[in-house]
Design a protein around this ligand. Structure first.
Ligand code: FAD
Length: 453
């Protein structure tokens, strides 16, 4: 198995498509099986969110795959959060303090289609759409698909199998069973629904184009990301059940609910009632499992580590998986046994760390962004980063603007938070702190970072 010639990928979502590009650049014959129809030919949606936030880790992986020139026209920079509190003017909070410290809104379908086309431009890569995986025989290296176009089963054998089939991965189920692995699915008791703020009549943006808009309301929130056509995709995150929940909102009261709790957004959403009724409500969860590799099969992307979307990192992390696997294949001279094993060992702690940070960020986004101590720590964090750039980087920036392993980001973030809490004790002005004491603590507690800026 060490050096297979033919790689079979299940799932032509974001991660499977990027992986196909990486693997055909390495000279492999690649077959990708996808249950959906080809989004480039038929009007099927890419599923889940319409647009996503792309950040440094994802950009780096796209650059390494040679795709960045094709991605650039799809991007809208978002420089910070625009907070919409009831009864006050929207307030802007930058994500970072350097010009390049922005994240980008990108269309899921546009990005997915571009990557599939790039992969297919290599004659050794073939996509099989409308092929739903229904059975995995890891002992005999056989897969069974239903060809949904003709309604017939089809058997396929594989050299090396990669499951990039998302959070509900069938490859993962079989792999866990085959090797007695452990898997947990922790569902959030909050769901989401996508809505829309359309463009104005001239195709312009009705709210600031270069922000990620948030209407934080404590137990729930609304967010909006810009699209190239002047519209915004709006997402409502809210408890599934309870007093203010999806259970309580229907066509009859959605307009009055929005007018009461999101008045500034409600007036920009003429199709609110229709969108609310027609658009599906999605659930959210975290998958933790191990191992990710068994003989000549492995999983990556959401199939290995689906996370909640509140740090905007699921796709970015999956893209980073592709770049890391490629680097390990370089390092081990395409010995897949060693590369895949090293991949799972080094990625798993990082996947767990971003899963934890993503869950934490839900509370931050819907609640703490408007909290006084949170804002003071933001201001102080930027100042400490400016003064001690090799040792202190705000955690959000470590995750979004750097390639620092997620596990290191979470560990350093805890220490940094403790340092800032101490410095801010009894202070009204977050910049009026003892910087000598700060330096002593930072040097003592945080090692110097060795990455390139
Ligand atoms: C509301 C929301 C917002 C998000 N926002 C962001 C964001 O801003 N930034 C970010 O980085 N991430 C975000 N994410 C996470 C991101 O969507 C996922 O991490 C990403 O899509 C994972 O890609 P994937 O290819 O691993 O899985 P998927 O995108 O789920 O792709 C899996 C593919 O496998 C196919 N498939 C599944 N089962 C089978 C089968 N049996 N046979 C054949 N094919 C199959 C599916 O049809 C699909 O095409 C968000 C997620 C949600 C839900």
């Amino acid at each position: 198995m060490s050096k297979p010639k033919h790689i079979t990928i299940v799932g032509a979502g974001l991660v499977g498509s990027l992986l196909a590009v990486y693997l055909n650049r390495r000279g492999y014959k690649v077959s990708v099986f996808e249950k959906r129809a080809d989004m480039r030919k038929s009007n099927v949606s890419a599923g889940r969110s319409i647009n996503l936030a792309l950040a440094q880790r994802g950009i780096h992986a796209l650059e390494q795959a040679g795709l960045m020139n094709d991605v650039l026209p799809l991007l809208i920079p978002m420089k910070g959060r625009m907070l919409h509190e009831i009864g006050s003017q929207p307030e802007f909070f930058p994500y970072g303090q350097r010009e390049h410290e922005v994240i980008y809104s990108v269309s899921r379908g546009g990005l997915n289609n571009m990557m599939m086309t790039a992969a297919e431009s290599n004659s050794d890569t073939e996509f099989f759409f409308e092929h739903e995986l229904v059975d995995v025989d890891l002992k005999n290296d056989h897969l069974k698909f239903v060809d949904l176009g003709v309604g017939k089963e089809r058997s396929v054998s594989f050299d090396f199998l990669i499951g990039a089939d998302g959070g509900g991965s069938q490859v993962r189920s079989e792999l866990m069973e085959a090797c007695g692995g452990k898997c947990s699915a922790e569902m959030l008791d909050h769901d989401y629904k996508e809505l829309e703020i359309p463009a104005d009549k001239d195709g312009g943006f009705l709210i600031d184009k270069n922000s990620l808009h948030i209407w934080p309301r404590g137990g729930f929130m609304l967010i909006a990301l810009p699209n190239l056509d002047g519209s915004f995709t709006v997402t409502l995150f809210m408890p599934t059940r309870g007093e203010t929940s999806f259970e309580q909102i229907s066509k009859n009261n959605v307009a009055s609910f929005f007018e009461e709790v999101f008045p500034s957004a409600a007036k920009l959403m003429p199709e609110l009632e229709t969108d609310f009724c027609l658009n599906p409500t999605g659930d959210l969860g975290t998958i933790r499992c191990y191992p990710w590799v068994h003989d000549n099969a492995m999983i990556l992307g959401d199939a290995a580590h689906a996370i909640v979307p509140f740090h905007g990192q699921g796709m970015n992390c999956g893209f980073e998986d592709c770049a890391k696997l490629d680097r390990l294949l370089n390092e081990f001279d395409d010995d897949w046994t060693r590369a895949a094993d090293e991949f799972q060992k080094t990625r798993k702690p990082n996947a767990d760390a971003i899963a934890d940070m993503a869950l934490e960020n839900y509370v931050i986004m819907r609640d703490s962004v408007s909290d006084d101590l949170f804002q003071k720590k933001k201001v102080l964090g930027f100042e400490l980063e400016r003064r001690f750039p090799r040792r202190f980087i705000p955690r959000y920036s470590m995750v979004m603007f750097h390639d620092i392993p997620y596990h290191d980001a979470i560990q350093r973030g805890l220490i940094q938070d403790e340092i800032m809490s101490g410095l801010l004790k009894g202070k009204d002005d977050p910049l009026d702190v003892d910087y000598e004491a700060a330096e002593t603590l930072i040097v003592e507690k945080l090692s110097e970072l060795t990455f390139a800026f």
